[in-house]
Design a binder for this molecule. Structure first.
Ligand code: SF4
Length: 193
């Protein structure tokens, strides 16, 4: 769908320069999705792995973030292999709706209520990022924290349109449950993609 060099705005790699490759196609259907234009897999051009890797490499980045859409809908073996050959780190942001293919240096699992994660993805998650849209999401977050490894980094992120309402709740929750950390979408404050 698009690819660009920017700053990772959220989660464990927040603040790091990263080249983003956003793959088209998603059937998860989050009501608050901010990239609905990604959903139709056929609405986007097909670009070769080599061209994507060349663009990422020439940007000067060390990290490439594969996002979507739901990138795990695609077979990502050749993309991750070629990124590694170019000396780049491979990070993925996934809802976990599909089993993962490819070889990943960092897996950010951000499960969504609209389509449950495939059970195989939990053990691969280096990071669990829960989007907090309402109060009940804290219980839901704990359910998922029980399914990942005990070394997985745990993050709570307010859904952008509910930020003012949810941030105070998240602050209180993290103070009471310090295994969790707060993450905000800082790219939106910086007006960058
Ligand atoms: S998984 Fe991501 S891209 Fe898909 S609908 Fe949800 S927020 Fe949008």
């Amino acid at each position: 769908m698009e690819d660009f060099y920017t700053i990772q705005g959220e989660g464990f790699y927040q603040g790091h320069a990263a080249y983003f490759i956003r793959l088209g196609g998603c059937d998860v259907g989050c009501v608050w999705c901010d990239v609905k234009e990604s959903w139709d897999v056929n609405a986007h051009p097909k670009i070769s792995v080599n061209d994507l890797v060349k663009k990422a490499k020439s940007s000067g980045t060390e990290i490439v973030v594969i996002t979507g859409g739901e990138p795990a809908m695609h077979n990502l073996e050749s993309l991750t292999e070629e990124l590694h050959k170019a000396g780049l780190k491979t990070n993925i942001e996934t809802s976990g709706a599909y089993p993962l293919t490819g070889n990943w240096d960092w897996v950010c699992l951000s499960p969504k209520k609209f389509k449950a994660p495939h059970p195989s993805v939990f053990e691969k998650a280096d990071e669990l990022k829960i989007i907090v849209y309402n109060k009940s999401d804290f219980d839901w977050a704990e359910e998922h924290a029980n399914k990942v490894r005990n070394t997985t980094e745990l993050f709570l992120q307010p859904e952008w349109s509910k930020e003012k309402e949810m941030v105070p709740l998240i602050i209180d929750y993290v103070k009471a449950n310090p295994k969790w950390k707060v993450t905000l979408q800082i790219h939106k404050y910086m007006n960058i993609p």
